[in-house]
Design a binder for this molecule. Structure first.
Ligand code: KG4
Ligand code: ZN
Length: 343
């Protein structure tokens, strides 16, 4: 069964063809990084217009790259939310039109469910029971997945998402967008204990996160450097390393705590920030020391892509969860109650 996945929730226009929910036949994306770089973050109106301009081409090329005729597609899976309203509307409208034209079912996928489904593309099942950490530019959420795949939120960010914290730091340092990969790269040459940044909410027993205080701490640190007439340029690697370490420490600590409280031995991570090497390695070390296992997709499947949406859509198809043609984009689309369970 061939599922066409379409993803336009933020700043990537992505399309993919996935066979049987796990074999990637093609996966393409048109990145808008250059478009948003001058602003240091995603400008929703620009994102939306660019999706309109390129979606037809991206989908056409994805189908061609899969070496199939469009008529071979069995269903169309599209990100319905959460995300930017206008950006989602482009993908959803395109998917509805194509579903009607081809006479194939439409599948409405939650973007976060998509991130977790990236694991299926690695030939793995979503382990249940488990704890899942989804960390992206828009979300930082810890989930508990029960034995039957029922999902409930253990904790989430009270303000900025972890990816946003990376992006805003890079913007303050004048390093460009998206911030995560740039901060990670600069951090490699820096000393992570040089600057003491706060670990917000770490001592708080709740599993919620907060990153705005960390961002403010960086802002004040940079202001102080300026007041002292010191140039931050030579300090960028140390700043990047110390800042990255603060984010990773909080994410790891809360995830380890969640796994222990829930009594599970499997932890899944996904979302763009899960591409961060320090996070992947630290979480692996901490959990393996406790005899637990971390499941993380390869890096290019952590950041936004449409193959993960097709993989999630495949499960919807098997469970008979079809969307109708009056499907509307839902910027605050709730997580499905059941994830990853056997259909
Ligand atoms: O999941 P994603 O591609 O898009 C959203 O759903 O938001 O995540 C994008 C976020 C951005 O904030 C980006 O800076 C961050 O993921 N990111 C990283 C890395 N690669 C992407 N953060 C830290 N380290 C990375 N290597
Ligand atoms: Zn994402």
């Amino acid at each position: 069964m061939l599922i066409l996945g379409i993803e336009t929730s933020c700043d990537e226009t992505a399309a993919a063809v996935v066979a049987d929910g796990r074999i990637i036949r093609s996966s393409l994306l048109s990145s808008q990084e250059d478009l948003h770089r001058p602003y240091g973050g995603v400008v929703p109106e620009l994102a939306c217009r660019r999706h309109v301009e390129v979606i037809d081409d991206v989908v056409t090329r994805a189908v061609a790259a899969a070496e199939i005729a469009l008529s071979r597609i069995s269903a169309i899976a599209v990100t319905c939310g959460p995300g930017l309203a206008g950006a989602l509307a482009v993908g959803v409208s395109f998917a509805k039109g194509l579903s009607w034209t081809l006479g194939v079912p439409l599948l409405a996928v939650n973007h976060l469910e998509g991130h977790l489904s990236a694991l299926l593309l690695e030939g793995q099942e979503l382990p249940c029971p488990s704890v899942a950490l989804i960390v992206s530019g828009g979300h930082t959420v810890l989930l508990s997945l029960t034995e039957k795949g029922r999902c409930h939120v253990l904790g989430e960010t009270l303000d900025d998402a972890a990816g946003e914290a990376f992006d805003k730091a890079a913007k303050m340092l004048g390093l460009g967008y998206p911030g995560g990969p740039i901060i990670e790269e600069r951090a490699q040459r820096g000393d992570a204990v040089k600057i003491s940044f706060p670990r917000p909410h770490l001592s708080d027993p709740s599993l919620d996160f907060s990153f705005s205080g960390l961002k403010t701490a960086l802002l004040y640190y940079l202001k102080k450097l300026k007041a002292d007439e010191r140039c931050p340029d030579s300090l960028v690697p140390d700043i990047a390393a110390s800042y990255q370490q603060a984010i990773v420490d909080v994410l790891v600590e809360k995830t380890v705590r969640a796994a222990s409280r829930e009594g599970v031995s499997d932890v899944v991570i996904g979302g763009g920030v899960a591409a961060n090497s320090l996070l992947r390695q630290t979480l692996r070390e901490r959990l393996e020391a406790e005899g637990k296992k971390v499941h993380v997709p390869r890096k290019e499947l952590c950041t936004d892509n449409a193959a993960m949406i097709a993989a999630a859509g495949y499960r919807h198809f098997l469970m008979g969860r079809f969307a109708s043609l009056d499907l509307a984009p839902q910027p605050d689309f709730p997580l499905p109650r059941v994830m990853g369970s056997d259909p």
